[in-house]
Design a binder for this molecule. Structure first.
Ligand SMILES: [Zn+2]
Length: 449
């Protein structure tokens, strides 16, 4: 007899395991937050405290997004149609400088609500310079898995006062946050060092980050090669490309995640492949800021580890993994042919590959015995836009949307029940968000260049 907390019955299981196994009709047993059986179970031998009959539903692993800015959610739909450097200097940096612990907490909560409702159960966040504890608190309450990290900026020209840090102080504060948050909330929260990008960080800071991260075996999260300007900057200052510079200061490596990777030469690709540095593809953000289209098929062929991320609300303007998957599947085809980035490859990017990039693939990213029950139940059969039938992975990547998310579990805890967030008063949160938005918009005027 198997005794367990939760029994998910008779669903199609898209496991994302090594064999990419899809079980047409199967069950999942969950006990103490962990998956204890997948596939065929003998009903007479199961005793579950709770069971859900999911006939006609599809279960996938929760999405893992490797580049998110929870701090920027209040700036959604207020920084459109601008080039990156103006977008940063005139909108994002003044906004981030004006955040308080309270408004930052509200921003993170709204971002997390959107992420959870659209099936994301793990993420890598780049915070802002100050008040990072507020992001930790919001993640702790949201119930999902996250690597959080204070944004580090000790060398940015034109950055407003609150975002300009002393080098040693930036590292000290990161170490304090690591002590407080790494392993918090039963291990759901981990710490990642997050120097913003080469333009805003001195080489002394980056070398310090490389050293501290190696000591603590911690991931490093940065932006790289999003625009040609970053290459220009490192060429002028250090005589090398952006990626070559990051390699030189020790930031590349198998625990490093570089967001974007749009402007890379052959040498950069070799560095990324040889060092096993992950490139996080952010297709919507790269299109909206007109940064370009990252050559993801070429990086994939070269053996560069890849992941997927929505980036922040002001540059996307969604944090929805379904939109990023569809984008990642479509935008490479005109250049590389219709065979490029098939649905199965894209779904891996959004699940197990993301988990691997964060070093948590032993815990999440696929539906396997022993892993945490980070699961998303999709309802596709009642949606004319997802049917009537067809290949299940094609349905998920090309047609499904966030409204198809019926239930979400993270470490076995139900966060979404029948399309509704559990334990969150959403109208109240959104009202609080509107108030915080007005407050930050007024306060940021003092920092607008
Ligand atoms: Zn970003």
């Amino acid at each position: 007899m198997t005794r367990c907390d939760l029994w998910l019955r008779d669903a199609t299981l898209v496991t994302m395991n090594d064999g990419m196994q899809v079980v047409d009709t199967g069950d999942i047993l969950i006990d103490d937050g962990t998956i204890v059986a997948v596939g065929d179970v003998h009903p007479e031998q199961v005793e579950a405290k709770q069971q859900l009959h999911l006939d006609g539903h599809v279960i996938i692993p929760g999405f893992v997004q490797c580049h998110i800015h929870l701090c920027q959610t209040l700036l959604r739909n207020f920084a459109d149609d601008m080039v990156l450097i103006d977008w940063l200097r005139r909108r994002v940096w003044p906004y981030e400088a004006a955040l308080t612990p309270e408004t930052l907490h509200t921003s993170a909560r709204i971002g997390l609500a959107e992420l959870v409702l659209s099936g994301t159960t793990a993420l890598l966040d780049m915070g802002t310079v100050e008040h990072t504890d507020a992001i930790g608190e919001a993640v702790k309450d949201a119930g999902i898995r996250a690597h959080i990290g204070k944004c580090m900026m000790d060398g940015a020209e034109h950055a407003p006062g609150p975002l300009s840090e002393d080098t040693d102080e930036s590292i000290r504060e990161s170490l304090r946050l690591h002590d407080r948050w790494d392993g918090a909330a039963d291990g759901r929260i981990r710490y990642a060092f997050a120097p913003r990008f080469a333009i805003s960080c001195t080489s002394t800071l980056l070398r310090g980050v490389a050293e501290a991260a190696a000591d603590l075996r911690c991931p490093i999260h940065t932006h790289s090669s999003e625009t040609e300007f970053e290459n220009q900057f490192t060429h002028d200052r250090y005589g090398m490309s952006n990626v070559a510079f990051l390699e030189d200061v020790g930031i590349t490596g198998d625990r490093s995640v570089f967001a974007h990777g749009v402007h890379l030469n052959d040498g950069d690709c070799r560095i990324l492949a040889d060092s096993h540095t992950t490139v996080c593809h952010c297709p919507s953000s790269n299109l909206k800021l007109a940064s370009g289209i990252a050559n993801i098929p070429r990086l994939d062929d070269a053996g560069v580890p890849l992941a997927l991320g929505a980036d922040g609300a002001p540059c996307n303007n969604n944090l929805d993994a379904f939109i990023e998957m569809r984008m990642a599947a479509l935008i490479h085809k005109p250049h590389h042919g219709p065979e490029a980035m098939p649905a199965q490859r894209v779904l891996k990017l959004a699940t197990i590959d993301g988990a691997r990039a964060l070093g948590i693939d032993d815990q999440t990213g696929s539906i396997e015995v022993g892993k945490a029950a980070d699961l998303v139940v999709l309802s596709l059969n009642d949606d004319p836009g997802c049917g009537p039938a067809g290949d299940v992975i094609s349905r998920i990547v090309y047609t499904a949307q966030k409204h198809n998310v019926r239930h979400v579990f993270a470490s076995g805890r139900q966060l979404v029940d029948d399309g509704q967030l559990v334990g969150v008063d959403l109208p109240r949160l959104m009202a609080k968000g509107r108030q915080a938005h007005s407050q930050v918009l007024e306060a940021m005027q003092q920092y607008v260049a």
